[in-house]
Design a protein around this ligand. Structure first.
Ligand SMILES: C[S@@+](CC[C@H](N)C(=O)[O-])C[C@H]1O[C@@H](n2cnc3c(N)ncnc32)[C@H](O)[C@@H]1O
Length: 271
């Protein structure tokens, strides 16, 4: 009988069996009972963000994922990067002018910096009665203390950052009476099909070379399916295979000048 439908569990058991046999044989060769050695359990659980910290040019602390070997945002200025790449790249704030409800989807919630900067711009320009819905996904959630440390380099964001991180992420949450946040704690491939259709996407996974799952053909297809006609995306990366995945999913894709030291970024729309 198969232990699981995919057969992966059986393969895992087989591999574990081969490993045990190899240990036993090695032990015999060395004259040591390797099976009796205790192995310390890995205290990092699978959903741990596994952070290390770097000092950035402004004296702030930049969180870097050891799991993906990549920083959460630009060491130059993550906030300016958010404005340039994700907000302006999606034609915001101008596109908010005529919207009754505007829905943004994000891949990779991280520290919440993109949400905080978007919320700030939104509050500056919104009209009474308009609604913003911000949906994001995060498989390796930060704890509040780490997120607030990362965001501390922008003191004028601190009040909003504390309100955000003190509030919890269990359900869709009203940040104010015109702004709703929904963070799915799941793998993007599982969560995006449950997103409401989006007017704009912030594609903000770690570097495609280090985080392929966030840019896969299947996920880009899913993003396309959850985009309204005329909806847009923006991303800091211009990697060729990511562009092709987005084009094959159905988006029109354009390469344009990137932020900071990045030569290019990409933007696109659903025809
Ligand atoms: C570049 S960081 C995002 C930074 C974030 N937008 C911010 O404002 O701080 C990428 C994020 O994607 C998350 N991530 C990576 N792979 C994922 C996956 N397959 N599904 C969901 N989240 C993932 C990482 O844990 C990380 O928080």
């Amino acid at each position: 009988m198969a232990l699981c439908e995919s057969g992966r569990c059986e393969s895992a058991f087989n591999i574990a069996g081969y490993a045990r046999d190899a240990m036993r044989r090695l032990g015999e060769e060395w004259g040591v009972d390797l099976a009796s050695l205790s192995v310390q359990p890995n205290t990092m659980n699978d959903a741990s963000p596994d952070l290390i910290w770097q000092d950035d040019a402004t004296g702030g602390k930049l969180p870097v994922s050891r799991r993906f070997d990549d920083p959460y945002f630009s060491a130059t200025d993550g906030r300016a990067e958010c404005e340039f790449v994700f907000l302006a790249g999606n034609g915001l704030p101008e596109r908010w002018a005529d919207a009754e409800t505007f829905t943004i989807g994000e891949l990779g919630f991280g520290t919440g910096l993109n949400l905080l900067q978007t919320w700030r711009w939104w509050r500056d320009v919104r009209q009474p009665g308009q609604q913003l819905v911000f949906q994001s996904v995060e498989a390796f959630p930060l704890d509040a203390a780490d997120a607030l440390t990362a965001l501390a380099r922008w003191p004028d964001l601190t009040k909003d950052a504390e309100a955000l991180w003190d509030g919890g992420f269990d359900t869709p949450r009203a940040l104010d009476n015109q702004t709703t946040l929904h963070v799915h704690h799941a793998m993007a491939a599982d969560a995006v099909p449950q997103f409401a259709s989006c007017d704009a996407w912030f594609l903000d996974g770690f570097s495609p070379a280090k985080n392929e799952a966030m840019w896969s053909p299947e996920l880009m297809k899913s993003v396309f399916e959850r985009t309204v006609q005329g909806g847009t995306f923006a991303s800091y990366t211009a990697a060729g295979w990511v562009r092709r995945n987005l084009e094959n999913a159905g988006f029109s894709v354009e390469r344009c000048p990137g932020f900071g030291r990045k030569r290019h970024m990409i933007v696109g729309s659903k025809p």
